[in-house]
Every structure is written in C-alpha cells, then in structure tokens.
Design a protein around this ligand. Structure first.
Ligand SMILES: C[S@@+](CC[C@H](N)C(=O)[O-])C[C@H]1O[C@@H](n2cnc3c(N)ncnc32)[C@H](O)[C@@H]1O
Length: 436
C-alpha cells in the first residue's frame, strides 16, 4: 500500500486518497462511456488536487495565477484564431522553427514565441531545442477535429472576454467604477444588482442589447456560438443519452426546444434509433443541415411566441439558464400550451408503450449545495452575459414550473454536469397565465 511516512497524517491521507482515485481511473474498463465509478473518481481526484494545491502553492502565488488567467484565455484564443495550433499539428512530430511558424501564421516571431511559452502549461505547444512541436492538447484547438473545442475557445476569447470586465456592474450597478466600465456604460439608476436591467445596461454599453441580438447581427459569430455549444456538449451528449431511460419514449416524437443545429438530437437518435424522430426548433434554423437524418424536421421559430404542438416529449438543454424568471415562465407557459395540445394527439395515438402523458425534460447544470466548479463558473457567465440568466437550484426550477401549471416529478442525475428534470403537466393547476 502506498504510504509516505514523512508526511503529516492529513497530507498522507490526501495523497493516499488521490492514489486510490488514480488507480480507479487507470483500471477503468474500455467502455465507450466512462462508468459512474470512474467519473466519480475523476471528480474526487479534482477536489483532492485542489486541496493539494492549497497545500503546496503559497496563497499569493495561487491568486496571481488565478488573476493572470485572462492571459491564458487570450493565448488559447490566439492559438485558435491565428491557426497557431493547426500549424503546429500540420508540422508533424518534428515540429517547426519559430520563424517558419511565424510566416505560416502571419505573426511576428518575437511576440509569437512569448505566446507559445504561455501555451506550454496547457500542453498546446512544446519547445524542443530550437523547434516548437504540437503538444497533446493542440489537436483539440484545430477546427474540424472530432473533439475540437476551438469554437468554444473562440467564443470565450471573443464575446465573453469583451464583456467580462462588466461583471462588477451586475453585482453593484450603482458603484463608481473606474473609467473603463464607466465610460461605455451608464446603467439606469433603477437597475438593481444582478437584475435583468443591469445586464441589459451592460450590453447597451457595448452596443448590443443582448448576446442573441449580437449573434443575429453577426451570422459568422452565430455559427461560432452554435459550434461552441456543440463542442462543449460532446461528452455530455453521451451522458444525457445514457443516464435517462429513453427507452420509455420508443416510438414517440420529440421536440428539442432551442435545439440549435440538432447536434444533441442526432446523437440521441444514433444511440436510441427507436425514438420516432421529431423536431429541432430554434430561432436560428434556416435550412436543415445537409447531414440531417430524414426523421428530423428543422423548424424556425421563437419560443417566446409559440412552441410546436404534437410531441409526446419536449426537451430543452441550456435554454432556461439563459433567461430571467419572467422569460423562463413565458417559455414554460408556451411549452405547457404545446403539451396540452399534444395530449389529445397522444391519447389518440397507438405508441404501444402505454405512456400517454406528454413530458418535458429540462437538462441544466443545477446548483447543488456543493456545486461543481464548472456550474459555479457557468452561473457567472449567465450573470454577466444573459439578461437575468442564472443557474438555478431544483427548488427554483420547481417554483417556476409550478407557477406555469407544470410539476417536476423526478430529477435524473447524469455523469456529466447536467441533471435532467422530468416535468409533467399539472392538469389540476389553474391556467396560470389567465390567473395573472
Ligand atoms: C445555449 S444554446 C443551447 C443550444 C442547445 N440546446 C444545446 O444544448 O447545445 C441556446 C439556444 O437557444 C436558441 N434560442 C435563443 N432564443 C431563442 C428563441 N427566442 N426561440 C427559439 N430559440 C432560441 C439559440 O439560438 C440557441 O441555439
């Protein structure tokens, strides 16, 4: 058994725990999707590594790394935007010298070398004598590669980076902020901290009423956003497809509300081919993608106006967290309306599995008492980038559902960052919208 006699007992315990986790990870079988035990071991190891960092890196140094992380963000962004990662990969195992790399990427050698150094800790670039070689992570920064996160890095390094300096406005809108924020943004005096109006004021200062308005005006950036969302979901598609009992919806049609380019729905159909197909509903839909399966219909529409009826299953992932409570209620209200209309069609249909009630599945990173780091950071993205947007607790989702005549009947945890909230119609509930 691994033991470090010279460590104090609490440090030795941390190291022993970490070794156990690493052993679980290393001994995991060759399954296509990691099993629960391995996923949990990874999470525990991450928590333990944070503890170890606290132990070995002095506080001041940790804080310096955290605050200077904005430069790592921008180095990664440049590696994608300027094609530095792609050029390193294209150079092959022998790598490339600095001046050739500079000429291939249209960059200046001196500053490029400094960016390359900053890319080393993230395994994008490795210096070998006078040559630069692609690191293990370089491929993930190349657009077009199957596990690419290039679009996500592009989106975070551009749109998110542009507005992150306004986070303070969300927390303290009436504070006297230094010139950078104050010059471009004059929030209304009534804007409450963290409110929808505070966030809208932030966007107005940047010349965009909201992120979605910005995307509507810049279709190239819209495409980057859609790809970013898809790339951030690669592993989560597997977990959502595996950790909810989709077989109960065999023979049924599903509507993916805000389903973007259909990346999740296509994945779901590949894993559960007996699902009958259905609708990808999104405001960005123009033409169906060329690789769209025949079972999928792509419908352009605005979920604030209507949600297509006639589906036994409604699914929405990363939709509600983009919006404030009043907007979430409108989306839920329109979805409920579609579910009520679907009820008659479903009751009349012979789907064979006896499941006659429409269901809404909400996939979100819900905030738990010990929320994961990713969910906490995602919540700040929502606070800063989407008017009124936030990650919510199950209780908060429950209150919003109940206000619109819907009821959460089960929470399905997944191995990824999402929980799936299974929501049914509350047929006893009065029509909430008519009540107000
Ligand atoms: C954060 S993305 C999530 C995309 C997808 N569900 C996923 O999990 O990858 C939010 C989606 O909502 C869509 N959307 C935003 N406003 C909309 C509206 N008013 N009506 C329909 N779709 C909308 C966006 O175009 C985008 O595809």
């Amino acid at each position: 058994m691994f033991y470090q006699p010279s460590l104090n007992p609490s440090s030795a315990h941390l190291v022993t725990q970490l070794v156990k986790c690493i052993s679980t990870i290393e001994n995991a079988g060759p399954e296509q999707i990691e099993n629960w035990e391995t996923v949990q071991a990874r999470q525990q190891a991450e928590d333990l590594l944070l503890e170890l960092q606290r132990l070995v890196i002095p506080i001041n140094k940790r804080l310096r790394y955290a605050t200077m992380g904005i430069f790592e963000n921008q180095a990664l962004y440049l590696a994608v935007r300027l094609g530095i990662a792609q050029a390193l990969v294209d150079a092959g195992p022998g790598g490339v010298d600095l001046h050739t790399l500079a000429s291939r990427t249209g960059t200046v050698a001196g500053p490029l070398e400094r960016i390359l150094r900053a890319l080393q800790p993230n395994d994008v670039a490795v210096q070998c004598d006078d040559r630069w070689v692609a690191g293990e992570a370089a491929l993930a920064l190349c657009p077009g590669h199957a596990a690419s996160v290039a679009a996500a890095i592009d989106y975070y390094g551009n749109e998110m980076y542009t507005i992150v300096g306004f986070l303070g406005k969300q927390v303290a809108p009436d504070c006297e902020w230094p010139a950078r924020q104050a010059s471009s943004d004059t929030p209304s005096p009534s804007a409450a901290a963290g409110s929808e109006s505070a966030s809208q004021a932030c966007y107005a200062g940047l010349g965009m009423p909201s992120l979605y308005t910005h995307f509507a005006a810049h279709t190239d950036r819209q495409a980057v956003f859609t790809n970013a969302m898809a790339s951030l979901s690669i592993h989560h598609n597997d977990y959502i497809s595996a950790d909810y009992p989709w077989d109960r919806h065999e023979g049924q049609r599903l509507c993916d509300v805000g389903g973007a380019d259909g990346n999740f729905f296509k994945h779901l159909l590949a894993k559960h081919p007996l699902i009958a197909g259905g609708t990808v509903y999104d405001v960005t839909v123009t033409l169906p993608p060329t690789d769209a399966p025949a079972k999928l219909t792509f419908v352009h529409g605005d979920f604030f106006k209507t949600v297509p009826a006639g589906h036994p299953v409604y699914f929405m992932r990363h939709i509600l967290h983009n919006w404030g409570d009043s907007d979430v209620r409108r989306i839920l209200s329109n979805t409920r309306q579609a579910m009520v209309e679907s009820l008659c069609t479903i009751k009349a249909s012979e789907d064979g599995n006896g499941n006659k009630n429409p269901v809404l599945l909400i996939a979100e990173a819900v905030i738990a008492p010990k929320a994961q780091r990713e969910a906490i950071l995602l919540d700040l993205v929502m606070l800063n980038a989407f008017p009124g947007g936030k990650e919510r607790t199950v209780e908060e989702y429950s209150a919003l559902c109940e206000a619109e005549g819907l009821r959460i009947v089960q929470v399905w945890p997944t191995r990824g960052k999402h929980s799936i909230l299974e929501v049914h119609l509350d047929l006893e509930a009065k029509d909430a919208s008519k009540e107000e």
